[in-house]
Design a protein around this ligand. Sequence first.
Ligand code: ADP
Length: 334
Amino acid sequence: MIELKNVSKIYKRNGTETEALSDVNLQVNKGDIFGVIGFSGAGKSTLIRLVNYLEKPTTGKVFIDGNDLSTYPMSELRVLRKNIGMIFQHFNLLNSKTIYQNIAIPLILAKESKQAIKERVMELLHFVGLEDKADSYPNELSGGQKQRIGIARALATNPSILLCDEATSALDPQTTDSILQLLQKINEEYNITIMIITHEMSIIQKICNRVAVMEEGKVIEEGNVLDVFGNPEHTSTKNFVRTVIQDELPKSVRLKIKHIPGSRLFKIDFSDKTNTVINELIKKFNVNVNFIYATMNEIKDDTVGHMIIQLAGNTVEEAVLHLQSSDINAKELA
Ligand code: ADP
């Protein structure tokens, strides 16, 4: 488990101070694929560098599995870092070394035997599907293949945590998906906790189970991915969610709505109770329900959906009261 308690980080350079993190509290549980999203400058990289203690907090504490990192001497920090793998946007492979040698680096540093290194490197190459590239050099590989090697190297010392710093930002959408699938496999098969920082909500949507939204050094919203996508609270979170889920009525659709005197427009969330409530509106209140627009999006292994309906007829007022007192989330649109 990773825990940040009241963490602030102030960089001082040439007499100016930048507060990169401000009183951040965060908990990443074992087995999570935890996403941290924010625009450039929000403090995401600083946050991830605090987890492997490449940066120290100015105030506050970082805990890994309950251990306070500020109490670790340098020698123990080295051991700790073996337990935390990291992958990067630009892969950070050594171009003068072969793929085999790149993956072997952390094992050589850990003073493993030649035989153990060989076995582990070949096992990792097999895991990432690139056994035939052992003798190639990084510049002979595609971006996606380079990131697979970056992942193999990060896993070499059997870490229990994997940090991903914009790991798919330099890749095309299809390659991004294959890398995300690989990360999911790592999480499931090796039970490795993964922390991903990104500026793309689609990454969070595809593989994360929890998410923190950062802005100007602060965590402004945090929670279960399905809850945050279904009901974002902060304006910035809503804007991030809108990059992948269209939850507002598009102008082209709005222009085509037939105006019926006395009718009312509602945005409702899909849930297991939605069908029941709509059937009640039709059967009990004899109201016309016109479906104007609907979206359904897959979020990790679940779905989030919204639809916009128009209620019309003589009994609209009673139907609206019923809708508003039901368990489904309904918001009237002007
Ligand atoms: P992000 O990863 O979300 O883009 P960063 O953590 O890189 O955000 O940066 C947060 C803020 O801290 C920015 O204003 C950035 O300029 C500043 N910053 C980051 N690293 C340093 C550093 N080593 N020295 C001085 N300022 C830094």
